[in-house]
Design a protein around this ligand. Structure first.
Ligand code: ADP
Ligand code: MG
Length: 373
């Protein structure tokens, strides 16, 4: 068999595999409007899809061989493995192997396939390129092999692949958003029951995401610590998860050792803010929604301690923009992006002004990633 070496990032499916694809599928990245660090406590989240998507082209093969290629990796090359012989290689192929491994474990019958991946979701930028890859691949496999798997099961299979095969202890928000949300509708999701409701974004609103350009290598370790702190706080308060507590329980928190009291306060108040944000969206009350975003940021900075000075600066600059209703850190924290709600039609310009002022010293550079419009 001939395998081409490092085909150019512009290679088509036909260039790579010598035939046309049988199936095409895609799935979006996501941004979380509010409800941060609540999912592993069984709480509420409110993500939207973003316009950027991961696109899959797939052609079934005879036999168990899988050949996969992505345009979004350094020096793209065709990688191979056999179904039933999935082994982590600690690279992007693990996302593909994880999906076929999970599907086979769940009793689905697959055959080998050729796969081309291309995405305009920034990879590793906190907009969930990983879920976009998992969900788009699962959609392509569903179509190619006639799998009976619904959109919620697709989200669960993506999460399981990422948890068990890739080894990233992520919650279910990213995959549910990629599988079920769109860029004009927020997904109000109960991460424990997986019940969800679609909440349209008011026509007067626009979402802006600004990347701080800062990534922190210890964020995975901090994430684990926050998870453990939330579990411990729930245990000490005698509930299964912090999600089982509401604002009426806040008086109990001083009994917890520091910093568990503040961690619990963030989760409890954030869950309440998600509900209020849903009400604000329904009433098209964007100033109220904006205040909730600022309050979420304060809570993530002071109580959950996952912000950094650069992100705080971006939120501060956003608060000085008259067309921005509210802003906060989004994603796991310790770097990454802010999400802001702006008056429709103004988001791109406001975002660029914020990025320009943030970068004035020349030492740091912000990027406006997403105005949905
Ligand atoms: P995020 O989901 O925020 O973008 P993650 O670290 O969760 O960041 O996932 C990024 C990883 O997912 C990449 O390092 C890569 O292994 C894989 N990945 C995502 N999109 C692609 C793609 N288009 N092609 C190849 N690998 C991808
Ligand atoms: Mg991810």
């Amino acid at each position: 068999m001939s395998v081409k070496e490092s085909p150019a990032a512009t290679s088509t499916f036909a260039d790579l595999f010598g035939r046309d694809p049988a199936v095409r599928a895609d799935a979006p990245g996501r941004v979380n409007l509010i409800g941060e660090h609540t999912d592993y406590s069984g709480g509420f989240v409110l993500p939207l899809a973003i316009p950027q998507r991961t696109r899959i082209e797939l052609g079934p093969r005879i036999g168990p061989l899988v050949r996969a290629w992505s345009a979004n990796v350094e020096s793209p090359e065709i990688l191979e493995y056999r179904l039933g012989d999935e082994k982590p290689v600690h690279g992007w192929l693990d996302y593909v192997q994880g999906i076929t491994d999970v599907l086979r474990q769940d009793g689905y019958t697959l055959r080998g396939f050729d796969l081309r991946i291309e995405s305009d979701v920034p990879v590793g930028g906190g907009l969930s390129s990983s879920a976009a890859l998992e969900v788009s691949l699962l959609r392509a496999l569903r179509e190619a092999f006639g799998l009976e798997i619904d959109d919620v099961k697709i989200a669960l299979a993506g999460q399981k692949a990422e948890n068990d095969f890739v080894g990233a202890p992520v919650g279910i928000m990213d995959q549910m958003a990629s599988s079920l949300a769109d860029d004009k509708t927020a997904l109000f999701l109960d991460t424990r029951s997986l019940q969800f409701e679609r909440i349209p974004l008011p026509a007067e609103a626009e979402i802006v995401v600004i990347d701080s350009g800062v990534t922190h290598s210890h964020s995975a370790g901090e994430y684990r610590v926050r998870r453990q702190e939330c579990e411990r706080a729930a245990e000490l308060l005698g509930v299964r998860q912090l999600r089982d507590l509401g604002p009426q329980d806040l008086w109990r928190l001083p009994s917890l050792p520091e910093p568990l009291d503040r961690r619990a306060r963030h989760v409890i108040t954030e869950n309440a803010r998600v509900r209020s944000a849903v009400a604000a969206l329904r009433e098209r009350d964007l100033p109220r929604l904006g205040k909730l975003l600022y309050a979420s940021h304060e809570s993530l900075r002071n109580d959950f301690e996952v912000s950094i000075p650069e992100i705080d600066d971006l939120v501060e600059l956003a608060s000085e923009e008259p067309d921005i209703y509210g802003a906060r850190i989004t994603g796991g924290g310790f770097g990454g992006s802010i999400v802001a709600v702006a008056r429709r039609g103004t988001g791109r310009k406001a975002g660029e002004r914020i990025a320009a002022r943030y970068g004035e010293s020349g030492k740091r550079k912000a990027t406006v990633l997403v105005p949905t419009a």
